[in-house]
Design a protein around this ligand. Structure first.
Ligand code: AMP
Ligand code: MG
Length: 365
């Protein structure tokens, strides 16, 4: 008969071996990486899933691909599709029924626009088209005439003109032409992330040209992302995203055309009808893709003087803004998270405090 001490020792050894085997299996699982790239929303969307069996990851990626392709068709600003049909009905002054997902996104767009004080306004599709950005390639030639810009601004298209009665949509103003480009990527990646979660995927990144939503972690470390330097090839900073965080950047270097030495970018100030100039890039770190994307666009319009107020009104706190003169304006919440690229930040970093802002109840309707 074995001594009790030896038996306990043997039991401990067996338990230890089981733990080691389990940890090894877990590590192997965590090391499994599945990557795929889709072309949607005029950009490449990279999906990386970690720690799942190949079959699970493949099925989940295919499902996400389907969701994104469908949204791309339904929400396209100028190709035939659901949004196009709605725009045509609005121009005719008619009510139009849309699918529940599009109705939901219009509700969200209206709320975000209201919070931004109209600086983010997806009703300015006619202006975006007038500037030539309703095309897959950047426009060429001269900007539109001041008269044509002024005429569209005078028609005051606002997404707050929309009446949303369930899925029935009507506009009080026939000049409203919806272009969801200012936040479609964020709204779509939120839905894609929800699809992954619903399929039990815990660790993944969805990256649409530097705009990212993450789930969980990258193995034992967090997901890392970089913020592009808008002036030279490279990054200004990198940061680690916590599970569920998103990072969205808007910039005048993404889509633009040049005429006689002047740059005309695709982000348009609804108040003037002209493209933004002062702000070269705005990055927003948040937990909601739609809000971060809409806020990045709105803050680019708000410019140096007004962005802190608009950020607070939209409920975002971590912002990095790069101006046309190369200044870095940053909130403390963002600065705490940034790892500067290279030697550290230049002298031109300015920390900006956000004012207190209560949510505007008028925006919930
Ligand atoms: P983003 O890259 O997220 O800033 O989105 C830019 C896109 O949003 C443009 O290509 C237009 O389709 C659309 N857009 C431009 N200006 C605005 C604006 N002030 N509010 C909402 N959407 C806009
Ligand atoms: Mg945006």
């Amino acid at each position: 008969m074995k001594r009790p001490g030896a038996r306990i020792l043997a039991l401990w050894a067996a338990a230890l071996l089981t733990v080691i085997a389990f940890a090894a299996a877990q590590a192997a699982r965590n090391d499994q990486v599945h990557r795929e790239t889709l072309y949607v929303f005029g950009t490449l969307v990279e999906i990386e899933i970690r720690g799942e069996q190949r079959d699970t990851a493949l099925t989940a990626t295919a499902a996400v691909g389907q969701v994104l392709q469908q949204l791309h068709r339904d929400w396209h600003a100028w190709r035939p599709g659901a949004l196009n049909d709605l725009n045509a009905a609005i121009a005719r002054g008619e009510a139009h029924a849309v699918d529940p997902r599009l109705a939901g996104i219009l509700h969200e767009a209206r709320r975000l626009s209201c919070e931004s004080g109209g600086l983010f306004d997806p009703a300015i599709g006619a202006l975006v088209a007038l500037w030539g950005f309703h095309a897959d390639t950047p426009p060429q030639g001269a900007p539109p005439s001041p008269e044509s810009v002024a005429a569209l601004v005078a028609a005051r298209p606002r997404i707050t003109d929309l009446h949303l009665d369930g899925t029935d949509i009507r506009s009080a103003n026939p000049a409203v032409q919806l272009d969801l480009g200012g936040f479609a990527k964020g709204a779509a990646l939120d839905l894609a992330a929800a699809e992954l979660r619903a399929r039990g995927i815990d660790n993944a990144v969805l990256n649409a040209g530097g705009d990212v939503n993450v789930l969980g972690t990258h193995g034992r470390r967090p997901w890392r992302v970089a913020i592009r330097d808008p002036f030279v090839w490279g990054a200004v900073a990198a940061l680690s995203l916590r599970p569920g965080e998103v990072l969205y950047t808007s910039g005048n270097y993404e889509r633009y055309f040049e005429h006689e030495g002047e740059r005309f970018a695709h982000i348009i100030d609804p108040r003037t009808g002209y493209p933004v100039r002062e702000i070269v890039s705005v990055s927003v770190l948040d937990t909601d893709g739609a809000r971060a994307d809409a806020a990045a666009t709105a803050l680019a319009v708000a410019g140096r003087a007004d962005w802190a107020r608009v950020a607070a009104a939209m409920g975002v706190s971590a912002v990095l803004m790069i101006t046309d003169t190369g200044e870095l304006l940053v909130t403390q919440a963002m600065l705490d998270r940034l790892d500067p690229a290279g030697e550290g930040f230049p002298d031109k970093v300015m920390v900006v405090d956000l004012p207190d802002a209560a949510p505007n109840p008028a925006c919930d309707g």
